[in-house]
Write a protein that binds this ligand. Structure first.
Ligand code: GLC
Ligand code: CA
Length: 543
């Protein structure tokens, strides 16, 4: 029996449409391609799709720069295709959650095209403009996430406009109520089409106060979200998830406490920053210390309580592949991919699988800057090389953290084109698709894919996975991450050795039954044992 909201009970699957499935041989994934893979997603067992943007866009940031929110990118298909996707998914028990990118539009959006004609033009106030100041290059020191200043001068208007991302992504002026209501109208347009909800891109930036150098978590942010809730999805059975890079467990409750009527949950990135030098950028690398991972994930598990809900993820279209990042994509590829799956999917919250994660897709290192596609990595490369960094070192950082790692085409089979396309793919296909692909994974009962399928089934069949309390086992080796999930009648113990080295672990409880494991012969015996490299298992123990 399931209780709670639908989105508390499902596993979500993120699709990056450009890289998922091409249907017409132009090398670009598309909506008919997604429809052709819905049976596959149903077989995996997911209950929702987070669809990265499919709206009209000049693709400066691959669809995160939208020129028309109510039109589909022609490369991806038509509105009729989109409606068919929503209906076909629904028929398989899968809801489509749309990416909502409303911190900014494309500079090719009609609002910006009109608004940049003159200071008093209609729509001028839809964006954030500032007059030049004598003796200053830019209004202030705000920086774009994609390198360089966050202000660009427009000679026609004679003013600077704000863009926290690329100059082709001007920030909307959320202080203007007309902007806010235009966004709500657009959201209602999509709600009327029967979607399952929204994933809200960099939503914690909409309350910004640029003159005070405030970008994230501005003073008006929560007022705006409550207003949005009232005017759009509030009271409907929809899921909303906010992308919030700066979230702490304390402010996450502000977003997701049901009593506040804002969002269902947020994407919290604290764990994702643990392999970056404190005070540095994501490119400034440091090794992950497992005790930090345990501390951070456990904090999120225990502090939201009844006033919030966790998103559980390792991967998305902005992050490197987990098996390469914190696992071992060579000797222990399958073991470590399964370990990270087990560790995350047994936690409390809504798990998100990013396309290809379920078959253990890996990073795809490049050797030369000419192979970079992503705007963030390209700008970073140019900026740092100009600043005197060693180019090889910058390429190394991009290979470890760059976003193209997540965006190489989905590996469906071992053929040329990986079953993704019959044409020339828009981005290089990882040559390891001959080894790691859906066709071989689905056929193998012992594959990474089979582990994901089993984990999803376990969540569906056991209320404990959805609702049970979480408690970390403190007294373990540094690299062993072990926790209990407990409800009125059952207790499960999850054990994961996040290391290529063996580690000792003492099973103090009376083990009753093995639930899942990533080695074939995990023993139920109590007492001390040696955990093997990347060994992970779940046992039901006496409560
Ligand atoms: C979010 C998206 C990312 C995009 C950025 C600007 O972080 O996930 O892909 O580049 O917002 O829209
Ligand atoms: Ca295509």
């Amino acid at each position: 029996m399931t209780t709670g909201k639908w989105w508390q009970n499902v596993v979500m699957y993120q699709i990056y449409p450009r890289s998922f499935q091409d249907s017409n041989g132009d090398g670009v994934g598309d909506i008919p391609g997604i429809i052709s893979r819905l049976d596959y997603l149903q077989q995996l067992g997911v209950g929702g799709i987070w669809l990265s943007p499919v709206y009209a866009s000049p693709n400066d940031d691959n669809g995160y720069d939208i020129s028309d929110y109510e039109a589909i990118m022609p490369e991806f298909g038509t509105m009729a295709d989109m409606e068919r996707l929503i209906a076909e998914a629904k028929a398989r028990g899968i809801r489509i959650v749309m990416d909502l990118v409303v911190n900014h539009t494309s500079d090719e959006h009609r609002w910006f095209v009109e608004g940049r004609k003159a200071k008093d033009a209609p729509y001028h106030d839809f964006y954030v403009w500032r007059d030049p100041v004598e003796g200053q290059d830019v209004p202030n020191d705000l920086r774009s996430t994609f390198s360089g200043p966050a202000w660009t001068y427009d000679p026609t208007v004679g003013q600077y406009y704000l863009h926290l991302f690329s100059p082709k992504q001007p920030d909307l002026n959320w202080a203007n109520p007309v902007v806010r209501h235009a966004v709500y109208d657009m959201m209602n347009f999509w709600i009327a089409k029967g979607i399952g909800g929204f994933r809200m891109d960099v939503i914690d930036l909409i309350g910004k106060e640029p003159d005070k150098m405030i970008t994230g978590n501005g003073p008006k942010l929560h007022d705006y979200l409550q207003e949005m809730n009232r005017n759009t999805f509030g009271g409907k059975d929809l899921m909303t998830v906010g992308e919030t890079w700066g979230a702490t467990p304390e402010n996450a409750k502000l977003f997701s406490d049901p009593a506040r009527h804002e969002l269902s949950m947020v994407f919290q990135f604290e764990h994702s920053g643990l392999d970056q030098q404190p005070g540095g950028e994501k490119w400034d690398l440091q090794p992950l210390a497992i005790p930090n991972l345990k501390r951070v994930l456990s904090k999120w598990q225990t502090t939201l309580g009844e006033r919030g809900w966790n998103s559980l993820f390792w991967n998305n279209h902005d992050l490197p592949r987990i098996v390469s990042r914190w696992g071992n994509d060579q000797t222990y590829h399958d073991q470590s991919a399964k370990l990270f799956a087990i560790l995350l999917h047994m936690m409390k919250g809504t798990p998100y699988i990013y396309q290809g994660e379920e078959i253990g897709m890996t990073n795809y290192p490049i050797t030369d800057a000419s192979e970079i596609d992503d705007i963030e990595s390209l700008n970073l490369y140019n900026e740092r090389v100009q600043a005197g960094y060693d180019p090889a070192g910058v390429i190394h950082s991009i290979n470890v953290k760059g976003r193209d790692n997540a965006r190489t085409p989905m590996q469906w089979d071992a053929n040329d084109g990986a079953g993704f396309t019959t044409g020339k793919p828009w981005l290089h296909i990882n040559p390891n698709h001959v080894q790691y692909n859906v066709a071989s994974e689905v056929a193998d009962a012992d594959s990474v894919w089979a582990t994901y399928q089993q984990l999803i089934a376990l969540r569906k069949q056991n209320d404990l996975v959805v609702w049970g309390d979480y408690a970390l086992l403190e007294d373990t080796a540094d690299d062993v991450f072990a926790y209990y999930r407990t409800d009125q009648s059952h207790r499960w113990l999850v054990v994961a050795n996040i290391s290529a080295e063996p580690n000792a672990f003492t099973l103090m409880d009376q083990a009753e039954r093995l639930i899942i494991s990533n080695y074939a012969d995990t023993a139920l015996t109590g007492g001390e044992r040696q955990l093997r490299p990347y060994e992970a298992f779940v046992v039901e123990v006496k409560a």
